[in-house]
Design a protein around this ligand. Structure first.
Ligand SMILES: CC(C)(COP(=O)(O)OP(=O)(O)OC[C@H]1O[C@@H](n2cnc3c(N)ncnc32)[C@H](O)[C@@H]1OP(=O)(O)O)[C@@H](O)C(=O)NCCC(=O)NCCS
Length: 179
């Protein structure tokens, strides 16, 4: 990894429901090439979670300022699983523990609902920062999707976490390559 990050001081992280007024900011973040290279195709939600969960998309705030979003999409009602997407829109805030804190808060909120017992996600295999973040909050490698399915030849990992499972960062042999 490169130079140490400049100290921005402590700042509380919270999540809150996305409002329509947040959409232009999200679009701005998604238009930034530095951000976009890590995002997959925009999700089209087949199953609306509204009514089953308190919220489907949350904004991530740091010291009261919106800096990113995370969402749950495509609820599979039989499996009670949904797909997560997360994005911190300001690259200077990456790698400071904000992502894992936001995911923890979302999982805590969602755990109260029986509608979702498993959260999964897709991540580019070269997105080491995201993978480390997901592992830190208990996601485990479930498979590798064919690179051709992404259209640009980059391999994609499928990771998942059961909500009952305690957060345990040890023993992810597949990702560590030590098993
Ligand atoms: C993915 C994302 C949400 C993670 O949030 P974050 O706040 O940056 O992540 P965290 O700080 O909680 O964890 C980052 C981990 O990666 C490490 N890391 C930081 N910069 C890194 C780099 N350039 N390369 C590799 N690892 C890096 C950190 O040390 C930390 O790991 P550790 O705790 O094991 O030391 C955020 O980086 C982001 O939005 N990125 C752009 C969009 C994106 O990639 N979205 C995910 C699509 S699947």
């Amino acid at each position: 990894m490169s130079d140490p990050l400049p100290d921005l001081g402590p700042a509380p992280v919270r999540i809150r429901p996305k409002r329509p007024g947040d959409d232009p900011l999200i679009a701005l973040w998604q238009a930034d090439p530095a951000v976009r290279r890590w995002l997959g195709h925009p999700r089209e939600s087949r199953y609306d979670l509204m009514g089953r969960l308190p919220h489907r998309v949350w904004m991530i705030e740091r010291s009261g300022e919106p800096i990113g979003y995370l969402g749950l999409y495509d609820l599979d009602e039989d499996d009670r699983s949904a797909e997560m997407q997360i994005c911190i829109g300001r690259p200077e805030l990456w790698g400071r523990g904000i992502g894992r804190e936001a995911i923890r808060l979302m999982l805590e909120e969602v755990s109260a609902s029986p509608a979702v017992r498993r959260v999964h996600l897709r991540v580019f295999a070269d997105n080491e920062r995201a993978i480390r973040c997901y592992r830190a909050v208990g996601f485990r490698l479930e498979g590798i999707l064919a690179a051709r399915s992404t259209g640009d030849g980059r391999a994609v990992l499928l990771m998942a976490r059961r909500l009952e499972a305690p957060v345990d960062t040890a023993g992810d042999a597949a990702l560590n390559g030590d098993g």
